[in-house]
Design a protein around this ligand. Structure first.
Ligand code: 5GP
Length: 211
Protein backbone atom coordinates (compact mmCIF):
# COMPACT_ATOMS: atom_id res chain seq x y z
CA UNK A 1 0.00 0.00 0.00
CA UNK A 2 1.26 3.47 -0.84
CA UNK A 3 0.61 6.34 1.53
CA UNK A 4 -1.01 9.36 -0.13
CA UNK A 5 -0.25 12.09 2.37
CA UNK A 6 2.83 12.35 4.51
CA UNK A 7 1.59 13.07 8.02
CA UNK A 8 1.79 10.16 10.43
CA UNK A 9 -1.13 8.52 12.19
CA UNK A 10 -1.44 8.97 15.94
CA UNK A 11 -2.31 5.56 17.42
CA UNK A 12 -3.16 4.78 21.01
CA UNK A 13 -2.57 1.19 22.07
CA UNK A 14 -4.14 0.13 25.37
CA UNK A 15 -4.51 -3.24 27.02
CA UNK A 16 -4.71 -4.83 30.43
CA UNK A 17 -1.56 -5.27 32.46
CA UNK A 18 -0.14 -8.60 31.27
CA UNK A 19 -1.75 -8.46 27.81
CA UNK A 20 1.72 -8.47 26.28
CA UNK A 21 1.35 -5.02 24.70
CA UNK A 22 4.92 -4.07 25.65
CA UNK A 23 6.30 -7.00 23.64
CA UNK A 24 3.88 -6.17 20.83
CA UNK A 25 5.24 -2.59 20.63
CA UNK A 26 8.81 -3.89 20.61
CA UNK A 27 8.01 -6.27 17.73
CA UNK A 28 6.15 -3.62 15.75
CA UNK A 29 9.18 -1.32 15.86
CA UNK A 30 11.60 -4.14 15.09
CA UNK A 31 9.63 -5.58 12.18
CA UNK A 32 8.44 -2.43 10.41
CA UNK A 33 9.85 1.00 9.56
CA UNK A 34 8.08 4.30 10.01
CA UNK A 35 6.96 3.99 13.62
CA UNK A 36 7.94 6.10 16.63
CA UNK A 37 7.02 5.09 20.17
CA UNK A 38 6.39 7.88 22.65
CA UNK A 39 8.24 7.44 25.95
CA UNK A 40 6.00 8.33 28.90
CA UNK A 41 6.84 9.85 32.24
CA UNK A 42 5.78 7.99 35.38
CA UNK A 43 6.06 8.30 39.14
CA UNK A 44 6.31 4.52 39.63
CA UNK A 45 9.70 2.97 40.46
CA UNK A 46 11.69 1.29 37.69
CA UNK A 47 11.40 -2.50 37.38
CA UNK A 48 14.58 -4.52 37.02
CA UNK A 49 15.94 -3.98 33.52
CA UNK A 50 13.96 -0.79 32.81
CA UNK A 51 16.03 2.11 31.53
CA UNK A 52 15.59 5.84 32.09
CA UNK A 53 14.49 7.55 28.87
CA UNK A 54 13.86 4.23 27.12
CA UNK A 55 11.20 2.48 29.21
CA UNK A 56 10.00 5.66 30.89
CA UNK A 57 11.21 8.98 32.21
CA UNK A 58 11.11 8.16 35.93
CA UNK A 59 9.98 11.11 38.09
CA UNK A 60 9.12 11.70 41.73
CA UNK A 61 5.48 12.60 42.42
CA UNK A 62 6.45 16.23 42.98
CA UNK A 63 8.51 16.40 39.75
CA UNK A 64 5.53 14.92 37.91
CA UNK A 65 3.14 17.44 39.49
CA UNK A 66 5.47 20.26 38.42
CA UNK A 67 5.31 18.96 34.82
CA UNK A 68 1.49 18.97 35.02
CA UNK A 69 1.57 22.59 36.24
CA UNK A 70 3.92 23.56 33.42
CA UNK A 71 1.48 22.06 30.88
CA UNK A 72 4.11 19.54 29.82
CA UNK A 73 1.72 16.67 29.03
CA UNK A 74 -0.64 15.82 26.17
CA UNK A 75 -2.54 13.67 28.66
CA UNK A 76 -1.90 12.20 32.07
CA UNK A 77 -3.69 9.82 34.43
CA UNK A 78 -3.31 7.93 37.68
CA UNK A 79 -3.08 4.15 37.47
CA UNK A 80 -2.87 1.88 40.54
CA UNK A 81 -1.43 4.66 42.71
CA UNK A 82 1.06 6.19 40.25
CA UNK A 83 1.07 9.00 37.73
CA UNK A 84 1.65 8.33 34.03
CA UNK A 85 1.76 10.96 31.27
CA UNK A 86 2.68 11.59 27.63
CA UNK A 87 5.23 14.42 27.22
CA UNK A 88 4.05 16.91 24.58
CA UNK A 89 7.02 17.71 22.38
CA UNK A 90 7.93 14.37 20.83
CA UNK A 91 4.50 13.42 19.47
CA UNK A 92 3.85 16.34 17.11
CA UNK A 93 7.36 16.64 15.77
CA UNK A 94 7.39 12.93 14.88
CA UNK A 95 3.92 13.08 13.28
CA UNK A 96 5.05 16.03 11.16
CA UNK A 97 8.13 14.07 10.10
CA UNK A 98 5.76 11.38 8.79
CA UNK A 99 6.19 8.78 11.52
CA UNK A 100 3.19 6.84 12.78
CA UNK A 101 3.38 7.63 16.47
CA UNK A 102 2.28 5.08 19.06
CA UNK A 103 1.15 5.97 22.57
CA UNK A 104 1.01 2.89 24.79
CA UNK A 105 -1.29 4.27 27.48
CA UNK A 106 -4.23 3.27 29.65
CA UNK A 107 -7.87 4.01 29.00
CA UNK A 108 -8.36 7.38 30.77
CA UNK A 109 -5.44 8.84 28.82
CA UNK A 110 -6.79 7.26 25.63
CA UNK A 111 -10.13 9.04 26.11
CA UNK A 112 -8.41 12.40 26.76
CA UNK A 113 -6.41 12.02 23.55
CA UNK A 114 -9.47 11.00 21.47
CA UNK A 115 -11.38 14.02 22.73
CA UNK A 116 -8.58 16.45 21.88
CA UNK A 117 -7.56 14.75 18.62
CA UNK A 118 -10.61 12.96 17.22
CA UNK A 119 -8.81 11.35 14.29
CA UNK A 120 -6.60 9.33 16.66
CA UNK A 121 -6.78 5.58 16.06
CA UNK A 122 -7.58 3.60 19.23
CA UNK A 123 -6.54 -0.06 19.41
CA UNK A 124 -7.13 -2.35 22.38
CA UNK A 125 -4.94 -5.43 22.92
CA UNK A 126 -6.84 -8.39 24.37
CA UNK A 127 -5.31 -11.44 26.03
CA UNK A 128 -6.67 -14.78 24.77
CA UNK A 129 -8.41 -15.16 28.16
CA UNK A 130 -8.54 -13.75 31.70
CA UNK A 131 -6.72 -16.74 33.27
CA UNK A 132 -3.87 -16.24 30.84
CA UNK A 133 -3.68 -12.60 31.95
CA UNK A 134 -3.22 -13.47 35.61
CA UNK A 135 -0.65 -16.18 34.91
CA UNK A 136 1.36 -13.76 32.75
CA UNK A 137 1.35 -11.17 35.56
CA UNK A 138 2.37 -13.75 38.18
CA UNK A 139 4.95 -15.29 35.82
CA UNK A 140 6.58 -11.91 35.18
CA UNK A 141 7.53 -11.88 38.86
CA UNK A 142 8.00 -8.10 38.98
CA UNK A 143 4.96 -7.23 41.12
CA UNK A 144 3.81 -8.15 44.62
CA UNK A 145 0.61 -10.24 44.99
CA UNK A 146 -1.11 -7.11 46.33
CA UNK A 147 -0.25 -5.07 43.22
CA UNK A 148 -1.24 -7.98 40.96
CA UNK A 149 -4.63 -8.05 42.65
CA UNK A 150 -5.03 -4.28 42.14
CA UNK A 151 -4.03 -4.58 38.47
CA UNK A 152 -6.55 -7.43 37.95
CA UNK A 153 -9.29 -5.28 39.53
CA UNK A 154 -8.26 -2.45 37.28
CA UNK A 155 -8.48 -4.79 34.24
CA UNK A 156 -12.07 -5.66 35.13
CA UNK A 157 -12.93 -1.93 35.35
CA UNK A 158 -11.10 -1.13 32.09
CA UNK A 159 -12.93 -3.93 30.27
CA UNK A 160 -16.09 -1.80 30.52
CA UNK A 161 -14.58 0.77 28.15
CA UNK A 162 -13.40 -1.46 25.30
CA UNK A 163 -16.27 -0.53 22.95
CA UNK A 164 -14.89 3.00 22.79
CA UNK A 165 -11.88 1.71 20.85
CA UNK A 166 -11.80 1.48 17.03
CA UNK A 167 -10.19 -1.99 16.88
CA UNK A 168 -9.27 -4.87 19.12
CA UNK A 169 -6.44 -7.32 18.47
CA UNK A 170 -6.04 -10.61 20.33
CA UNK A 171 -2.52 -11.33 21.46
CA UNK A 172 -2.53 -15.12 21.22
CA UNK A 173 0.28 -15.29 18.66
CA UNK A 174 2.73 -12.39 18.86
CA UNK A 175 3.81 -12.43 15.19
CA UNK A 176 0.24 -12.61 13.91
CA UNK A 177 -0.84 -9.87 16.30
CA UNK A 178 2.07 -7.59 15.30
CA UNK A 179 1.17 -7.99 11.61
CA UNK A 180 -2.51 -7.24 12.32
CA UNK A 181 -1.65 -4.10 14.27
CA UNK A 182 0.62 -2.90 11.45
CA UNK A 183 -2.10 -3.51 8.85
CA UNK A 184 -4.73 -1.68 10.90
CA UNK A 185 -2.50 1.39 11.28
CA UNK A 186 -1.54 1.39 7.61
CA UNK A 187 -5.21 1.08 6.58
CA UNK A 188 -6.01 4.13 8.73
CA UNK A 189 -3.92 6.25 6.33
CA UNK A 190 -6.73 5.76 3.79
CA UNK A 191 -9.63 7.07 5.88
CA UNK A 192 -11.01 10.43 4.67
CA UNK A 193 -10.00 12.21 7.88
CA UNK A 194 -6.37 11.34 7.13
CA UNK A 195 -6.66 12.33 3.47
CA UNK A 196 -8.10 15.83 3.84
CA UNK A 197 -5.31 17.53 1.87
CA UNK A 198 -5.83 15.20 -1.07
CA UNK A 199 -9.62 15.57 -0.87
CA UNK A 200 -9.39 19.40 -0.79
CA UNK A 201 -7.05 19.34 -3.77
CA UNK A 202 -9.47 17.25 -5.85
CA UNK A 203 -12.36 19.49 -4.79
CA UNK A 204 -10.44 22.56 -5.95
CA UNK A 205 -9.66 20.96 -9.31
CA UNK A 206 -13.29 19.89 -9.75
CA UNK A 207 -14.42 23.46 -9.08
CA UNK A 208 -12.05 24.72 -11.78
CA UNK A 209 -13.35 22.18 -14.28
CA UNK A 210 -16.97 23.12 -13.60
CA UNK A 211 -16.43 25.94 -16.03
P1 5GP B 1 3.19 -0.19 33.74
O1 5GP B 1 3.34 0.29 35.14
O2 5GP B 1 2.76 -1.64 33.68
O3 5GP B 1 4.39 0.10 32.88
O4 5GP B 1 1.99 0.65 33.09
C1 5GP B 1 0.74 0.70 33.71
C2 5GP B 1 -0.30 1.26 32.77
O5 5GP B 1 -0.01 2.63 32.48
C3 5GP B 1 -0.35 0.55 31.41
O6 5GP B 1 -1.72 0.34 31.08
C4 5GP B 1 0.28 1.54 30.47
O7 5GP B 1 -0.23 1.43 29.16
C5 5GP B 1 -0.14 2.85 31.10
N1 5GP B 1 0.68 4.01 30.69
C6 5GP B 1 1.99 4.03 30.38
N2 5GP B 1 2.37 5.27 30.03
C7 5GP B 1 1.26 6.06 30.10
C8 5GP B 1 0.99 7.44 29.82
O8 5GP B 1 1.85 8.22 29.42
N3 5GP B 1 -0.28 7.87 30.02
C9 5GP B 1 -1.28 7.05 30.46
N4 5GP B 1 -2.49 7.57 30.59
N5 5GP B 1 -1.06 5.74 30.71
C10 5GP B 1 0.18 5.25 30.54
Amino acid sequence: MQKINNRGILTVVSGFAGSGKGTLMKKLLENYDGYALSVSATSRSPRPGEKEGVSYFFKSRSEFEKMIEDDGFLEHAEYVGNYYGTPKDFVFSKLDEGFDVILEIEIQGAMQIKERFPDTLLVFVMPPGAEELKSRLVGRGTETPEIIEKRMKRAAAESEGIEKYDFIVVNDDIDKCTKQLHEIIQAAHFTPSHQMEFIQEIRKELKKLEG
